[in-house]
Design a protein around this ligand. Structure first.
Ligand SMILES: Nc1ncnc2c1ncn2[C@@H]1O[C@H](COP(=O)(O)OP(=O)(O)OP(=O)(O)O)[C@@H](O)[C@H]1O
Ligand SMILES: [Mg+2]
Length: 579
């Protein structure tokens, strides 16, 4: 916890330092009050010459002033601690978010999205609470303890032995609680991840849930994870709550012991009533500080699981970086070469997703990739913009190994329309500008025309200013695909990869997109993955993938002759069309 505190307090240092100072001031004022009170009783009320009203009033005013000061410092401390703690959490959350944005797909898959969401929200709340406890109480409680103990000592030392028994008992109890609570909070946070996962899945798939009328099932599923959270929360907090009875036990034992011993002292004339009264107040303060210290401990224990989880995000080794890249290197053309490439999604995978892929694409060529689902088409093209790193072999793009480029330079020149693509909330124009934020309106229109999106965009009353819902829910599947193609084209890339990007577009429009690409952007290397043979048959060459291996590469005519799978596919699809 403390390593994070030091690292991420940042520019909220002033508030973070002021808080304990104000808290200490509050303590000093608080500590003086019982002292003044004992003077009122012993000098003002029970003084040698009877009651001294003016002394009582004067001291009473001093007491009022002291408590005002204590209140003001306490109030200010509340303000500064709120500033410091929200600032601290803001800093660490931003650091985590920035780090997550450097993650590769593989890094994100390791954490899973819902867990990242929990880590940025729920875990941050735990950190904030612990942080408040630290800045407010970490100094205050020991100092309060110290001064109160000093006052107690001043009044009578023999009673102090009570504390020498009480403190170790408390400490041992706290240790046991902390030791048992930590693992439970770890599990609890994991349960929150699960719950967020279920939530996210349900909300994203709400249309599917409705079409399958699976609401009841989903509610039950959520009920389970929700119950899990409830139960584990109870289990974890139950332990922490043991702190209260433990503390009360110790406190009341101390009070009883002091009252009994102190009562005897008064009877024997060894202590005055005023001294005894202030002794009791100081005793309360001592116990209160002990309680505060134990509650900081509990907060830190509860937050420790969250601290670990935040650190995991911050310390994750990003597996695709451009540390060894040449900063000035840019793609000189749109050529692509795979040299003995093998790839597996995880290190301990039994089977390679791609095996021994060799492939040469010249700049400006149009290349089709076909193969049954799961054969590795998407996986293959994802290696070109280095969304994943190869397990074996080399991927050479634009004359250099992809690892030699800065990721930014590499990806700037490669337009990818992913199979699972999304648009963002905002207008159509804003979405297209993702490709190139400085594009002029004519360029936007030109890209939309190639992607055959211009006409339907103009058919909306607000044209390019039409608002898209989150994820682009208010356009049709085929329209969305064309918008994502236009967005990729606006980058004016040297290579464009269309992964099943026209699957929801009718054959006629599909054809017009390919024609426009060829006529208007003949310099560009175009890689098209498609289920429809018609989408790739006029490509310069077609790659047939099967089970992660390239079985044949050739033109449509050649493949019809030599590749049985391809020929079969073609004839069944053709038959479908002629019928
Ligand atoms: N992120 C991932 N992590 C682990 N395995 C994956 C991942 N993505 C795909 N796979 C696996 O890799 C194999 C190839 O998947 P890929 O997506 O490349 O197939 P594809 O040819 O594009 O299929 P489709 O035509 O259905 O899009 C599949 O067996 C799939 O289960
Ligand atoms: Mg795919």
């Amino acid at each position: 916890m403390f390593s994070l505190v030091f690292k991420y307090t940042g520019r909220y240092k002033t508030a973070a330092i002021l808080t304990p100072i104000l808290m200490i001031l509050e303590v000093l004022f608080d500590v003086l009050i019982p002292f003044v009170m004992s003077r009122i009783i012993d000098v003002g009320v029970n003084g040698a010459d009877g009651a001294d009203i003016s002394y009582i009033i004067r001291m009473g005013l001093v007491m009022v002033a002291l408590s005002m000061c204590a209140m003001v410092s306490g109030g200010l401390a509340g303000y500064t601690s709120a500033t410091a703690s929200s600032g601290f959490v803001y800093n660490i959350r931003m650091a985590m978010f920035k780090k997550i944005n450097t993650y590769s797909f593989a890094n994100i898959e390791r954490f899973e999205v819902p867990s990242l969401v929990t880590r940025l929200t729920r875990d941050m709340r735990m950190l904030r609470m612990a942080y408040i406890a630290i800045v407010r109480q970490l100094f205050r409680a020991p100092i309060n303890l110290f001064f109160s103990a000093l006052m107690v000592y001043r009044i009578d030392r023999s009673l102090a032995v009570i504390f020498w028994v009480a403190i170790p008992v408390l400490a041992l109890g706290l240790f046991l609680i902390a030791y048992n609570a930590h693992p439970r909070f770890k599990v609890l946070m994991k349960k929150y991840d699960d719950m967020n996962g279920k939530l996210e899945e349900n909300f994203i798939a709400v249309r599917v849930v409705k079409t399958f009328v699976r609401e009841k099932f989903e509610i039950n599923k959520f009920k389970n994870t929700s119950e899990n959270v409830r139960d584990f929360q109870r289990k974890a907090e139950r332990i922490v709550l043991l702190n209260d009875p433990l503390f009360n036990l110790v406190m009341y034992s101390c009070m009883i012991a002091v009252s009994w011993l102190g009562g005897n002292y008064i009877i024997n004339g060894m202590m005055s009533v005023g001294e005894f009264m202030s002794y009791l107040s100081y005793l309360k303060q001592i116990l209160f500080s002990l309680m505060m210290m134990s509650s900081i401990m509990m907060q830190i224990v509860m937050a420790q699981a969250s601290v670990d989880r935040a650190k995991e995000v911050l310390n994750e080794v990003v597996d695709i970086t451009d540390d060894e890249s040449d900063e000035s290197l840019v793609l000189k053309d749109g050529s692509v070469r795979f040299e003995n490439v093998s790839f597996a999604y995880s290190k301990d995978a039994q089977k390679m997703t791609l095996s021994d892929v060799n492939l040469q694409i010249a700049s400006g060529e149009t290349v089709g990739i076909v193969g049954s689902t799961g054969s590795g088409k998407t996986t293959l093209v994802q290696l070109i913009p280095r969304l994943y790193d190869v397990t074996k072999g080399n991927v050479i793009v634009g004359g250099h190994n992809v690892k030699d480029y800065r990721l930014e330079n590499l990806r700037k020149d490669i337009g990818v329309v992913l199979q699972k693509n999304v648009l963002f909330s905002g207008t159509i124009k804003e979405n297209l500008l993702w490709g190139n934020e400085n594009a002029a309106f004519e360029e936007i229109v030109a890209a939309a025309e190639v992607a055959q999106a211009h006409d339907f965009i103009m058919s909306f009353p607000e044209g390019y200013q039409t608002e898209l819902g989150q994820g682009g829910v208010n356009v049709s599947g085929g329209q969305k695909q064309r918008l994502t193609i236009a967005r990729a084209l606006l980058k004016n890339p040297k290579i464009i990869i269309l992964d099943d990007s026209t699957s929801a577009v009718d054959t006629d429009t599909d054809k017009r997109i390919r024609q426009a690409l060829k006529e208007k952007l003949s310099e560009m290397t175009v890689i098209i993955i498609a289920q429809r043979i018609a989408s790739v048959m006029d490509a310069d060459k077609i790659i047939v993938l099967e089970d992660g291996r390239i079985t044949d590469i050739g033109t449509h005519e050649k493949l019809l002759e030599i590749n049985e799978v391809y020929a079969d596919l073609y004839h069944t699809q053709l038959k479908g069309v002629s019928e």
